[in-house]
Ligand binder design. Sequence first.
Ligand code: UD1
Length: 356
Amino acid sequence: MNKILHVVGARPNFMKVAPVHAAFARCGVRQILVHTGQHYDAFMSDIFFQQLGIPEPDYNLSVGSGSHAQQTAEIMSRLEPVILETKPEVVLVYGDVNSTIAAALVCSKLLVPIGHVEAGLRSFDRTMPEEVNRILTDRVADYLFTPSQDGDENLLREGVAPEKISFVGNVMIDTVIRLLPHAKIPAGLAENPYVLVTLHRPSNVDDPKELTKILGTLNEIAAGIEIIFPVHPRTRQMMKDLSLNSLSPNFRFVDPIGYVEFLGLQQKASLVITDSGGIQEETTFLGVHCLTVRENTERPVTVTIGTNKLVGRDMNLLQTEAQKILSGKGKKGNIPPLWDGKSGERIAAILTSDMR
Ligand code: UD1
């Protein structure tokens, strides 16, 4: 194979493309990197390129924020001429963000083969925009690279031909393994034991009542331990209108932080409370307790094998499970199969042998 094009756009894509890009570079394949610009703030994008060693994108489509339809349509119309001009043999798309489905739709209409990295994950909850993105991307993909065996089972059940599916393991863990030796905690933070919190799902933060309820429970937890909370721009916007004066001084709200700093904070946390997908996986790999404020997860191995537990919207459950973990009674976890740092290599090996 001579030419592959990667499309990325949002923060969780960057740690996935890094090991795959590096693996193809080692094979001497010509690569084109397209950044859609879905995420554009320096701390949501540039810092990850620097810390992960991803080369400068060849194209930045600068689409920015918008409604789902606007953002997806804008990516599609700006990406199409790039695909026509560069004529890649395969286009790789990552995860489940709007950039993923937009790129997959463009390539399927241009008859350019698509590889989906992180295929087959299902939350079975179509109210999540990411679930729609996952299902549709998998429908049109030609190469489906799954991070866990539940992904294979979901795809087979949906009628995907078995020869299109490859269980390669979790590319995000490739990046964790590579950068763990560089993990560092930002100066001045985390001098005492702490709970690390991230929240950004629309279902948790877009409704002020839900967000207030969650912050209320975190406030109870904060009575006994510091809470470090890097605030996503979406959440920051919603929190502007809430009164935070009554919150415990144990809260440390900070801006979103870089990859190696966040890895350091995860590694040393007494507990992580999140609604992110990737953090459920990273905590499982690190053996750190994780409580997920969602009713479901598209990453069930983090619960069945790893350290994750879903608490849904049940704030009493969040409170009791947090206390259980903080008093040393949390469950132990293991690392799922093929989360071994070699997933990017496997993808490159499959595509280079297939397209020779
Ligand atoms: C997107 C993904 C989500 C992923 C998350 C990680 C979709 C449908 N959602 O959600 O799956 O978990 O990224 O962060 O693709 N904003 C900034 N600066 C930025 C980017 C966004 O201020 O660099 C603000 C804007 O006000 C924007 C809002 O954040 O409207 C939401 O951004 P958007 O990309 O629409 O969705 P995320 O919530 O980030």
